[in-house]
Structure formats: C-alpha cells, structure tokens
Design a protein around this ligand. Sequence first.
Ligand SMILES: NC(=O)c1ccc[n+]([C@@H]2O[C@H](COP(=O)([O-])OP(=O)(O)OC[C@H]3O[C@@H](n4cnc5c(N)ncnc54)[C@H](O)[C@@H]3O)[C@@H](O)[C@H]2O)c1
Ligand SMILES: [Zn+2]
Length: 369
Amino acid sequence: MIMSQTNFQTVRVNLAARSYDVEIGAENLSHLRATLNAFPNVQHVVILTDANVAPLYAENIAEHLAAQDLAVDRMIIKPGEESKSIASAEYLWENLLKIGTDRQSVILAIGGGVVGDLAGFIAATYARGIRFFQLPTTLLAQVDSSVGGKVGVNLSGGKNMVGAFYQPLGVLIDTKTLDTLDESQYLAGLGEVVKYGVSLDAELFELLENNIDRITQRDHILLTKIVARCCRIKANIVEKDEFEMLGLRAKLNYGHTFAHAYETLSGYGTLLHGLAVAIGLVDAARLARKLNRVDNSFVERQIAINEQLGLPIQYDNIRAEEILDLMTHDKKSVRGSLRFILPTKLGQCELVTEISPEVVKEALCFVSP
Ligand SMILES: NC(=O)c1ccc[n+]([C@@H]2O[C@H](COP(=O)([O-])OP(=O)(O)OC[C@H]3O[C@@H](n4cnc5c(N)ncnc54)[C@H](O)[C@@H]3O)[C@@H](O)[C@H]2O)c1
Ligand SMILES: [Zn+2]
C-alpha cells in the first residue's frame, strides 16, 4: 500500500526483519537526520558518492548531518561504471578500516546505481556486514536499483558477477535531485518506468500516456507519484521472491533480453542501459504481436509512448542476425529455442518458452533483407 500525505509518499518493503521504508518526495532530504534517528545507535556516517554528485548534493548533506551531532566521513569515487569494481571495493574497505568504521556506523550511498551497488557491496562485506542507507539521485536508481537489495561489483568477464542480496536500512528519494540530471540519463530512467507500466501496471502506463508534458518538464508532484508507484511494483515482486528463487524477479527484466543484446553489440558504454530497454520494449511488443498474444494497438501504444517521451524505438546499426546469434548463444537459449518475458495484455506479462529464432527475427523492427 502507498501512504500519501500531501506530496510525500512512503512505500514499505516487507521483508520480515529486513523490512524498510522508501520515502519519496521533493526536497525531503532535510528529513534524513530524523530518519536516521529512528535506527538504534547511529553515531557515524560514511558518505559514499561520486565526483559529480559530491558538489551537487553530498557535500550539503554531509554538512547538514555534521551540524546535527554526527561524525561524518566522505569517500568519493570516480563517476562511471568502471568504479563498480573489486579494486574500488578494496580501496574503500581499507579506507573504512582507517577511519574507524564499526557497528555504530552507517554507509550512506548518495548517487546513481553505481554508487548504490558499490556502497551496498562494501556494506555487506566489511566487518561481515554493516548498515547502509540509500539516497538515489538518478531516475534509474530511484525506480530500480535502490530498492530490492541487489548489490555488487562487475568482473571483467561479466556485469554484477560478484555481490549479495543485502537490503538497506531505508531509502530516501528526493525527486528534486532529478533537476540536475542530464537529458539522456533522465530518459534512460524513463525507459525503466515505461517498462514497469507496460509489463506490470496498466494504470501506471495510462498515467504516463496522459501526462507526457508533465513528465518531460520533470514535474515533481507527478514524479513523486510515478517513482512511488514504480518502487511499489518492484517491492511487490521482491517481497515474494527476495532471493530470486521463484523466477518472479525475472518479470522485472521485461524487454531486457533484447536490451542486453543491443548493449553488447553496440560496444560497452555506447548505449545507456535504459535506452536499450526502451528499444527492447518495442521488440518485445512486436514479438508478442507476432505470436498473437497481443493486438496491434498494444504495439502502437508502445511505439507512441516512446516517441512522445523522446525514447528510441529502434537501433539502426545492428542487423537482426547479429542479435539472434548473440541470443541463441546466451543462457536464455535452450537447444536453439528462445525464452522471453512477454505481455499477455497491458500491465501483465509471463515467461514464454520455446520461441523459434525465426519468429524473433521476423519480429525485430529492423529485419535486414
Ligand atoms: N541493484 C539493482 O537492482 C540494479 C538495478 C538496475 C541497475 N543497477 C546498476 O545501476 C548502475 C547504473 O546506475 P545509473 O544509471 O544511476 O548510473 P550512474 O550511477 O553511473 O549515474 C549516471 C551518471 O549520472 C551522474 N549523476 C547521478 N546523479 C546525478 C544528479 N542528480 N545530477 C547530475 N548528475 C547525476 C553520475 O555521476 C553519473 O555520471 C549499473 O551499474 C547497473 O548495473 C542495479
Ligand atoms: Zn534495467
């Protein structure tokens, strides 16, 4: 349930002893001290942020907390995915030791998904686990990575290959931080927002369709509603399948099999993940249409919302064969047939197995002659 008081919303993630609140609103960072007060024995906070977010938000938060009787340390990493590494973790572990981090300390992650995943990972592992708290500042981190407890780092051979399920103490989301996000990062977050709507929540999809201008203008009242709704959808699934044992969390990856192929084929870092997802949503819709699972209007609405929001609908420089090759060699392929999360109708999806690569090829938006 989402509790609403004026423009603030709270989403409770119910995970027995690991339960926590996600608080969402505009300019609510001043609540942070009060929020931390609710946890026993917090005497020291270690802020982990990146060099872009430090001057924008983290430094103010550090000063605010230090003025309220907390010992505050700062650790600043280089922005970007390369920082999500064992080398960074090792450097940060050593630093935590040097500054006297112990069980009275809390790591505060202030930044995007890179900072959040790395902070959660060092919190899960340092001294066999200390507490951490998330203040996500990208739209992607606010609607996705800060909720659900997946933390980790990359190996050179694979993303997120070392990590843990480790829930935060809580999450505080200030939608005002999105004002400084550049357009492409904002759009990438919207790719995931549209994913939630089309695959899991028809009402959210309609809310998006009916409020394109307010979304584009980053209207905070609307963003609070949208972010809270996305967190609620993710929490519902995480609550039922925290450790990814039942296959339910896979639904959060609607459109992602295509997206991962685009990300790989376009070359590391060229295409933002959320933009690849936006294209993957169109592909998934076309594939579902091809299999007669949805009608034409489903595909048309998907394309229309992408176009209205400024999200891509296709990636021109990659041939269908290349995508198929990659998919038939990855783990989702069983003896040459493919499996996808596909819609049954707007706001609902399920796992569909034994799809022939030929059908997928025909469904891809840019089938080469
Ligand atoms: N844990 C999960 O469940 C989960 C889910 C999805 C993605 N992820 C991970 O999240 C990471 C991607 O996260 P991301 O998209 O937030 O990227 P990111 O953390 O790299 O942030 C993107 C860029 O925006 C900058 N930035 C952050 N907040 C800003 C603000 N308010 N104003 C201006 N600039 C700002 C950052 O410095 C960075 O340059 C990936 O590593 C991915 O694997 C994790
Ligand atoms: Zn994603």
